[in-house]
Write a protein that binds this ligand. Structure first.
Ligand code: HSE
Length: 321
């Protein structure tokens, strides 16, 4: 069997979750791909984390050049978080012919063209399914199964933390602070939850969705954005009176040549499919001129759901190799 050599940059929630999936479903993945998967390099400062996953701490390096210049790495899994450093390591890996998989929406959204160009230079694959909607396979579907469509609208609940907070406030009367702490304890939130609650994370994801659906690149900083920090229990009661739920919507709509886009809390009528998306679940609601209206639904955060999408990208690359 062909052996695929993996390098993990970061073994936190998603990196670790991805590795666990390869352990948990080892036989099944080998049978489906006809490949074995071996970790040959790790960039992770937390040696205890490396050991607790059953990996050899000897594989750990501190210099990323030992990964992007390595002869024994086929696929780099970038799950570090941050923007500039991971983008640089991904770019160097891609232009040296290493395939890259990442769930890092902030780094992808801010560096889309640069990373795509590096992939072309290195004749390597660059995949980022997990960057939007965690475990939901929306990006691959948009680029493959739905590729024949002219899209007119994409609307998503793409941040699990804020959806969890709004659900707990709306359905259990929980305070904003308690709901946020609960979401953080469950591992949904970013290291700095400002990015979640101010809609920055959702703007990163909308930038990626717009690129794939409409072929336009809008930097996340140029997306009009409002978070959920100002939502009060009165707002939630007002929404209920109007038969609506408040949801943080990342949406873009195309009318002719004009595309309007924003991230903002919106009143969503309770009979709209997005109103039924609760807790940490995400959904991406797309309208295409051939397929009509379509909604993807699933877990948008967490180690195994997000790891599922990362692992799927790794397997797709392995099959192409
Ligand atoms: N903090 C993000 C969320 C993680 O809550 O959805 C997944 O991108």
């Amino acid at each position: 069997m062909k052996n695929i050599r993996l390098a993990f940059l970061g073994l936190g929630t998603v990196g670790g979750g991805t590795y666990e999936i390869f352990q948990m479903n080892k036989d099944l993945i080998e049978e489906r791909t006809g490949c074995t998967f071996t970790v040959t390099k790790i960039l992770e400062m937390n040696t205890e984390r490396v050991k607790s996953l059953g990996l050899d701490p000897e594989l750990a390096v501190t210099d990323p050049a030992l990964i992007y210049d390595a002869d024994d790495v086929d696929i780099v899994i970038e799950a570090l978080g941050g923007i500039d450093f991971p983008a640089e390591v991904m770019e160097k890996s891609l232009e040296r012919g290493k395939h890259v998989v990442t769930p890092n929406k902030a780094a992808v959204a801010a560096n889309f063209d640069r990373l795509k160009a590096a992939a072309e230079r290195g004749n390597a694959e660059f995949r980022f399914e997990a960057s939007v909607g965690g475990g939901i396979p929306a990006l691959t579907s948009i680029q493959e199964a739905l590729a024949a469509n002219d899209f007119t609208e994409v609307m998503g609940i793409v941040n699990g933390t804020t959806n969890y907070i709004l659900t707990k406030m709306g359905e259990e009367g929980m305070s904003y602070e308690d709901a946020l702490s609960d979401a953080q304890a469950r591992g949904f939130a970013e290291a700095d939850p400002t990015s979640d609650v101010e809609g920055i994370d959702a703007a990163n994801k909308l930038s990626i969705l717009m690129y794939l659906c409409f072929g336009i690149y809008i930097h996340p900083n140029d997306i009009p954005r409002e978070g959920i920090t100002k939502i009060t229990m009165d707002d939630i009661a007002q929404a209920a009176e109007e038969n609506c739920k408040i949801k943080l919507i990342a949406g873009a709509e195309r009318n002719g040549d004009e595309i309007t886009y924003s991230v903002a809390p919106r009143f969503v009528p309770i009979d709209h499919p997005l109103a039924g998306v609760s807790n940490e679940f995400n959904a991406i609601y797309i309208t295409g001129n051939a397929v009509g209206e379509l909604m993807f639904y699933g877990k948008g955060a967490g180690a195994l759901p997000t790891g599922s999408a990362v692992a799927g990208d790794i397997i797709a690359i392995a099959r192409n190799m």
